[in-house]
Design a protein around this ligand. Structure first.
Ligand SMILES: [Zn+2]
Length: 853
C-alpha cells in the first residue's frame, strides 16, 4: 500500500478539483458477511482545462477493495487489474471527468474504515465508519486528502429493521433503503455512516435536529442519560453561536456512541461518533461526567474549526486539535454545570502534554516536516492536544479576548467550506489584535520543550516580601526562553488565624506579569509584590494561564503537606498537585515525598477530578514504578488507609465515595484482599456504595492480580455479565491470572492472535504486566522486544500502536530492560510506529530507574 506524501497531495490539489461524490453502500448482508458492496461515482475537474488539451495529465485515486468489479473513467472501461496496491492510475483526463468504481470491501475490527461489531449480549451487529486520516479509501474510491473537499450524496442499503445515520439528513425511501441529502463540501476523512439496530433518542434545539444513538443493549443507559447529554449539547451550541457569531453549518447534529472506538470521539460533520464507554452502565463520578461534557464540547468546536474550515495538510493537525481542546474546556466551564473544567485540565490533561514534550520524541506544536500520512499519525499526541491548547490559552491571555474572537470570526468568514493553514489564522489574529504574532508563534509553536519557572524570594525580618523574582530556565538541548504571561499568587490564612493549623489558606494578593525572555539569567523581578506579607505559599502560574513547569521555594515545599490540604481554591490546588507530580517525575523530589503529600492531602481533596488524577499518579507511577520494591507494601497500605478514611467520611452514594472505593481497591494488598472479596458477596459493603457491574470487575481484577481469584471466578462473572464491556474485563483479568499457563495463553493472544478485535487484544495486554507479578513475567521482557516487530508488521496502524503500547513491560524497572529496548531501537528495520512507542515508553522507564536510584 502507498502512503500519500505531502508532495503528492500538493500536486494533486494543484491539478484537480473534486465536484462531488455519489456513493452507494450495500450493507444488507452485514449480519453474516465480513464484506460489503461499495459503488462510487466521483466527478472532478481539472483546474487548468488547457492542461487536458496538452494531454499531459495523470493522477490517481485511492481505494482498498477486496475485489474491484468495475472501473470506468469518462465511460471508458479501465482494467481493474491496474489497481496498484491502493492506487488507481488515471490518465487521459478531460476538463470534466467522472470515475465510477464498483467494488467489494471488507469491514474492519480495528476501528479503522467501516468497523463491524457483534454485541455479545444479544448477537446484534453494529457498523460505523471511522475514515479519519486516510481510511475513507477503505470504504469508497476517493481522492483521500483533506484539501480536496466535495459534497457527498449517499445511498445506503441495509437490513430493513436497521437505523442508518450519516453526515446528511437521511430518509428511508423503501424498506432498507436510506437516501441522504447532499452534504456541504466535506474532506474525505469526515465521511461517515452509522448503521445497525441502534437505539435512537431525538430532540431539537434552536431549529437544529438532535439525535443520540447507542447499541440496543445500552439503550436503557442512553435513555437515562439523554437529558444530561442533550442539555450539555444545547448549552454548548448556544455558546458557540455567541462566540463565533456564525450558525452551526451542517444541518442536523447526531451524536452516535459506538463500540470499540479507538479515540474519545470523531468530529464527523453532522454525525459525531463517540466511544460508547461514555454511555454509563454503572455508577460514575462527576469527574467522568465532566470529561464527557468536555468531549461533546470539543467535537462541537470542530464543526467550525476543522470541518467548516479544514487544514490544508496534516502538519496543521495540531491546530485542529489544540483549538478544539481549548474550546472544549473553555465552553464546558462557561456554559455547563461543570464550571471547574479548567481545574481538571490543569491537573490531568496538561500533564499529558508536559510528559510528551520532555521525551526524546518531542516536536514543536506546529511541525513543519510532516512528509506523509504515516508521520501525521505519530504526532497525534499530548503535544498536539494538551500543549497546543495551553499555548492557545496563553495566546488569549496575551492578545486579549476580543481580539482573539474577532480574528476567529474573520478566519471562519474568509475560509468557510474551504481549507486554510496556520499562516491564515495568524494573519487573521494579527489583524484583529494589531500585534505581529510571528515572533510569538516562533517561540511558542516552532520550538519544542517546556520552560521551568522558579520563584526566588527574600523576606525581611517582619515577614514581608522584600524581593520576589521568577527565574525562567530551559533544558540545555532546547534553550528557548519565552514571553510568559503569568499569574503570581500569595496565599495565606485569614488575619488573626496565622497559627491555626485548620485555617483555610486563600489568595491574598495576585499579580499578572509578562516574563521577559531576554532578561539576564532569565530573571524577572516582581516589584508589585514588594512589601506584601509573605503568607504561606507563593504560587507561580496562579490561574494556570501559561504552559510551564513550576517549582516552589524550599520553605513552601517543606510546608506543602500541611498547606495543600487547606488551600481553598481548586485550581490552585490542581497547579500544586501537577507541580508535585512533575518534580517527582524529574526526580527533583524523592518518590516518598509525593506519597507523604498524597497521604496528607488526598483524604480532604474535594475536587474529584483532582483527587482521581493525584491518586492515579500516586498509585500507577509512584507506587508501582518509582518506589523501591521493598518500600512498596508499606506505602500501598498507607495509601489504602487514606482511601479508606475518605470512604468512611464520604456521603453515602456520592461520587466521592465511589472514587474512594476505587482507590481503595487499586491500592489494596494481600492484607486488604479479604475485605474486597466481601464486596462481591455483599459483605461489609460501605453503606450507599452500589457494587454494580463495573465495580465488581474492578474488585475481581484486583483479586486476580493478588492471586485470590482465577479462571473460575472470571468465568462466573462473565456468566453474570455478558456485555461487551465484560468481554474486555474478562480478557484483561485472564491475562492477569498469577499462573504461568495463563500468562502463556495471554501472551500468545497479544503477539499472535490477529483475528480478535484490536480492543480485546489490547485489554489482554493491559492485564498482562502487574508489579506484583515480576517473577512470573520476567521471561516475557525479552520476548516483547523480540516479537513486537512481527506483530506491528501484520497489524494496522491503530491496532499496532494500541497493542504495542499496552504490552510494554513498564514494571520491569531495570537497566537491563532499557538495554533491551535500546538494542531494538538500534535496528533500522522496525516500523516508525513501533519505534515511537518504544522510544516513549523507554523514556518513562528511564525515569523509573532514576527515581529508584
Ligand atoms: Zn479533536
Amino acid at each position: 500500500m502507498h502512503t500519500l506524501t505531502r508532495a503528492e497531495a500538493v500536486a494533486r490539489a494543484d491539478l484537480l478539483r473534486v465536484d462531488g461524490y455519489d456513493l452507494e453502500l450495500d450493507l444488507t448482508a452485514a449480519r453474516t458477511s465480513a464484506e460489503f458492496g461499495s459503488s462510487t461515482r466521483v466527478r472532478f475537474s481539472l483546474r487548468e482545462p488547457a492542461a487536458a488539451a496538452a494531454g499531459g495529465t495523470a493522477t490517481f485515486a485511492e481505494m482498498k477493495p477486496v475485489a474491484l468489479h468495475e472501473l470506468r473513467l469518462n465511460g471508458r472501461a479501465l482494467d481493474p487489474a491496474g489497481l496498484d496496491g491502493n492506487r488507481l492510475a488515471l490518465d487521459g483526463l478531460g476538463p470534466s471527468n467522472e470515475l465510477v468504481a464498483t467494488a467489494t470491501m471488507r469491514y474492519s475490527n480495528t476501528g479503522e474504515g467501516l468497523h463491524r461489531f457483534t454485541d455479545p449480549e444479544d448477537g446484534e451487529v453494529y457498523l460505523y465508519a471511522q475514515t479519519f486520516l486516510d481510511d475513507a479509501q477503505r470504504m469508497f474510491a476517493c481522492f483521500d486528502q483533506p484539501d480536496l473537499k466535495a459534497p457527498v450524496r449517499l445511498v445506503v442499503l441495509a437490513p430493513p429493521d436497521w437505523v442508518v445515520r450519516a453526515n446528511g439528513a437521511g430518509t428511508r425511501t423503501a424498506p432498507g433503503r436510506w437516501e441522504f441529502t447532499e452534504t456541504a463540501p466535506l474532506a474525505t476523512y469526515f465521511v461517515t455512516v452509522v448503521a445497525g439496530p441502534y437505539h435512537l433518542v431525538e430532540d431539537s434545539h434552536d431549529g437544529i435536529a438532535l439525535g443520540l444513538l447507542a447499541r440496543r443493549s445500552l439503550g436503557p443507559y442512553l435513555q437515562a442519560d439523554a437529558g444530561e447529554i442533550f442539555e450539555v449539547t444545547k448549552s454548548c451550541l448556544d455558546r458557540y453561536h455567541e462566540l463565533f457569531a456564525d450558525r452551526y453549518p451542517f444541518g442536523k447534529y447526531d451524536q452516535a456512541f459506538v463500540p470499540e472506538f479507538n479515540a474519545g470521539a470523531m468530529e464527523n460533520p453532522g454525525c459525531v461518533t463517540f466511544r460508547d464507554e461514555f454511555v454509563y452502565r454503572s455508577a460514575v463520578t462527576d469527574a467522568e461526567r465532566e470529561l464527557r461534557a468536555v468531549v461533546i464540547a470539543h467535537e462541537m468546536a470542530h464543526m467550525w474549526f476543522g470541518d467548516l474550515v479544514t487544514m490544508r495538510w496534516w502538519d496543521d493537525l495540531w491546530l485542529n486539535e489544540s483549538f478544539a481542546e481549548y474550546m472544549g474546556y473553555r465552553v464546558t466551564a462557561e456554559a455547563t454545570r461543570f464550571t471547574q473544567a479548567w481545574t481538571s485540565f490543569a491537573v490531568g490533561r496538561k500533564s499529558w502534554g508536559y510528559a510528551a514534550d520532555q521525551r526524546p520524541s518531542t516536536h514543536p506544536v506546529a511541525p513543519s516536516d510532516v512528509a506523509d500520512t504515516g508521520l501525521a499519525l505519530l504526532n497525534f499526541d499530548g503535544i498536539s492536544y494538551a500543549k497546543g491548547a495551553s499555548v492557545l490559552r496563553q495566546l488569549v491571555a496575551w492578545v486579549g479576548e476580543e481580539a482573539f474572537l474577532t480574528g476567529l470570526r474573520a478566519y471562519f468568514a474568509a475560509h468557510a467550506y474551504a481549507n486554510a493553514s496556520l499562516a491564515d489564522l495568524l494573519a487573521a489574529l494579527s489583524t484583529a489584535s494589531g500585534r505581529d504574532l510571528a515572533g510569538w508563534a516562533r517561540l511558542w509553536l516552532r520550538r519544542e520543550q517546556v520552560n521551568t519557572l522558579h520563584p526566588q524570594v527574600t523576606a525581611d525580618a517582619g515577614g514581608t516580601l522584600a524581593r520576589v523574582s521568577v527565574i525562567q530556565t530551559a533544558p540545555a538541548q532546547a534553550p528557548t526562553l519565552r514571553p510568559h504571561r503569568v499569574g503570581i499568587g500569595v496565599y495565606a490564612p485569614p488575619a488573626g488565624r496565622e497559627a491555626d493549623p485548620d485555617a483555610p489558606v486563600t489568595l491574598v494578593r495576585r499579580v499578572e506579569v509578562d516574563l521577559d525572555p531576554a532578561a539576564p539569567d532569565g530573571r524577572t523581578d516582581i516589584p508589585a509584590l514588594t512589601g506584601v506579607p509573605a503568607g504561606r505559599l507563593l504560587l507561580v502560574n496562579d490561574g494556570d494561564l501559561t504552559y510551564a513547569k513550576i517549582r516552589f521555594t524550599d520553605a513552601d515545599r517543606a510546608a506543602l503537606p500541611t498547606v495543600l490540604p487547606r488551600v481553598a481554591d481548586p485550581l490552585a490546588r490542581a497547579v500544586i498537585w501537577a507541580a508535585a507530580a512533575d518534580a517527582t517525575r524529574d526526580a527533583d523530589w524523592p518518590a516518598t515525598e509525593y506519597l507523604t503529600l498524597a497521604i496528607a492531602a488526598l483524604p480532604v481533596e474535594t475536587q474529584l477530578a483532582v483527587f482521581e488524577d493525584a491518586l492515579r499518579f500516586a498509585r500507577a507511577t509512584v507506587l508501582n514504578r518509582y518506589l523501591a520494591p521493598a518500600l512498596r507494601p508499606a506505602a500501598a497500605a498507607r495509601l489504602h488507609a487514606a482511601c479508606r478514611q475518605m470512604l468512611v467520611e464520604a456521603t453515602a452514594g456520592s461520587g466521592r465515595q465511589l472514587s474512594a472505593a476505587r482507590g481503595a481497591i487499586g491500592c489494596g494488598g494481600p492484607a486488604e484482599a479479604a475485605g474486597l472479596a466481601g464486596w462481591l458477596t455483599g459483605d461489609d459493603v460501605p453503606a450507599g456504595l452500589v457494587v454494580d457491574p463495573e465495580l465488581r470487575w474492578t474488585v475481581l481484577h484486583r483479586l486476580v492480580v493478588l492471586g485470590r481469584a482465577g479462571e473460575a471466578e472470571i468465568a462466573a462473572e462473565a456468566g453474570r455479565d455478558r456485555s461487551a464491556r465484560a468481554a474486555e474485563h474478562a480478557a484483561r483479568s485472564r491475562a492477569a491470572i498469577a499462573d504461568p499457563a495463563a500468562k502463556a495463553r495471554a501472551w500468545e493472544a497479544i503477539v499472535a492472535d490477529d483475528t480478535a478485535s484490536a480492543r480485546l487484544v489490547a485489554a489482554s495486554a493491559e492485564g498482562f504486566w502487574q508489579p506484583e507479578q515480576d517473577e512470573l513475567t520476567a521471561v516475557y521482557v525479552a520476548r516483547y522486544f523480540e516479537q513486537m516487530p512481527a506483530m506491528t508488521g501484520r497489524r494496522t496502524p491503530h491496532a499496532a500502536r494500541q497493542i504495542a503500547a499496552a504490552a510494554y513491560p513498564q514494571y520491569a524497572v531495570s537497566t537491563a530492560t532499557v538495554d533491551a529496548a535500546e538494542a531494538l531501537l538500534g535496528r533500522d528495520d522496525i516500523d516508525p510506529l513501533l519505534r515511537r512507542v518504544v522510544v516513549d515508553a523507554t523514556d518513562e522507564l528511564r525515569r523509573s530507574v532514576r527515581a529508584r536510584s
